[in-house]
Design a binder for this molecule. Structure first.
Ligand code: 2P0
Length: 346
């Protein structure tokens, strides 16, 4: 028997992934770009053991066993990593035949699952990374990201720290659809992220289901596909130049556009609630109060009501004070106030 434990971080997109051109292989309709958050605060921790005595592959998620017999996404990750291990075993007969063993997977998130805090990203990234360690795979991180993509699209970006682009690729088989690091976490240490937990309830419409309704029904979504390539280039430039003004405006515009295509989906999908919208207004009011007219903070929302606020470190104390003043925790918004919970990079 062999057992390995690893953690993987959450990533929060600033150019959003929303829509697949191939739902089986999980190939997106557009490139996306995210910031990987520190593992100290939000992570998935996964332990996997492989044994010749196990009779089937099994999963325990947050302490409860899940039926994975029909979970094709997990099986995709098992199949791909086992195939790589099998090749190694064929080349070296002294290796333990781990590729033929069943595995037991035990995974937990230290944050609300499926509440729009990218739990599938960190969860599937942790699964693939831990399998790679278990099988001693000698492959690049991008190759692992290609495998993680087949577990959950956004997971491919959680294999890297720092600023990460998921290139949608062109190939029909998905061989060029994987994540690449735009800049490491050390590149922009002044940039921090504040996670505001507006609600820890499980979201009403899953991302997987919601994004395909958007592809099928939203005319606005077609227009978004023309806009994203330019935004990707502008966002990469903003990151490389540590240009917070451009980074902030692009981040807010892309979050707003993503939620607009959700609203344009028929029937519409609502992820934001009144508290989310009030935080958007607060951030704009805060930016408007800036004496030199410069943006001081940027919000972004995924498929849920929780806000992530990106800002330079020097503004974070003020932002936390503002949020805690206007959204006291008894008023549905809770937030992390410890500055060490304010995060950027891995
Ligand atoms: C993102 N989201 O770029 C966007 C923004 C949600 C909003 O990636 O079907 O859970 O597993 O590929 O990865 C959520 O989508 O969906 C997501 P699947 P996933 O972070």
């Amino acid at each position: 028997m062999k057992t390995v434990t690893c953690t993987a971080p959450v990533n929060i997109a600033v150019i959003k992934y929303w829509g697949k051109r191939d739902t089986e292989l999980i190939l997106p309709t557009n490139d996306s770009l995210s910031v990987t958050l520190s593992q100290d605060i939000l992570h998935s921790k996964t332990t996997i053991s492989a044994s010749k005595d196990y009779t089937q592959d099994r999963l325990w998620l947050n302490g409860k066993e899940e039926d994975i017999t029909k979970n094709r996404r997990m099986h995709n990750c098992f199949r791909e990593t086992r195939a790589l291990r099998e090749k190694m075993e064929q080349a070296d007969s002294t290796l333990e035949p781990l590729s033929t063993y069943n595995v037991h997977v035990c995974s937990e998130n230290n944050f609300p699952t499926a509440a729009g805090l990218a739990s599938s990203a960190s969860g599937l990234a942790a699964l693939v990374y831990t399998l790679a360690q278990l099988f001693d795979l000698n492959v690049t991180v991008s190759e692992l990201s290609r495998i993680a993509r087949q577990g959950s699209g956004s997971a491919c970006r959680s294999l890297f720290g720092g600023f990460v682009a998921w290139e949608k690729g062109e190939a029909k088989d998905g061989s060029d659809s994987m994540a690449v690091q735009v800049a490491p976490e050390s590149h922009w240490p002044e940039l921090e992220a504040l996670v505001c937990v507006v609600s820890d309830a499980k979201k009403g419409t899953s991302s997987t289901e919601g994004m395909q309704h958007t592809v099928q029904t939203s005319p606005l979504f077609q227009e978004r596909l023309n806009i994203v390539p330019g935004r990707m280039e502008a966002m990469k430039k903003a990151i490389l130049e540590r240009d917070f003004q451009s980074f902030a405006e692009l981040t807010m515009r892309d979050s707003n556009q993503f939620h607009s295509v959700c609203l344009d989906t028929y029937p519409p999908i609502f992820y934001l609630n009144d508290t989310s919208r009030a935080i958007i207004q607060l951030v704009h009011a805060y930016n408007n109060s800036s004496p030199d007219g410069k943006l001081k903070a940027a919000y972004t929302y995924d498929a849920g009501s929780n806000a992530v606020i990106y800002a330079p470190k020097e503004n974070m104390r003020e932002i936390i004070q503002l949020i805690s003043h206007y959204f006291p925790s008894q008023d549905a918004a809770t937030y992390f106030t410890d500055p060490y919970n304010v995060i950027a990079g891995a």
